[in-house]
Design a binder for this molecule. Sequence first.
Ligand SMILES: [Zn+2]
Length: 130
Amino acid sequence: MANRREFTAATRKAALKRSNMRCEAVGEWYGLGPGQRCHAGLAHGVEYDHIILDANSKDNSLENCAAVCVKCHRYKTAHHDTPTAAKTVAQSLMGMKTRVKVKIPQPPKQPRQQTKMPLPPRTLFQEKLP
Ligand SMILES: [Zn+2]
């Protein structure tokens, strides 16, 4: 849990108060519709999410803190907080697709016919006749 920059206790408390014990997750980042808020009750579990991803922001202010339910936090973590891992998976999947070799039947090779005509004997030296 505490393996990266976290909000202070005061910020968490303020975020929870602001949320009215309802999940503050909004929008597609949390698997919701655009502009849709989750509103799930937080009585049984609350997590604090950096609205702007932690990797890109050192902002631990209340404005960047969302009190969200476990489900929303899990969704966002799985889909957005690890973009590098997701990219790697996508690339490896694409790599597998392109690596599939399609065997195109080739016509049997024709034995090459000898078309060379025997060369006439060359006269290398011509005797000069007086
Ligand atoms: Zn939620």
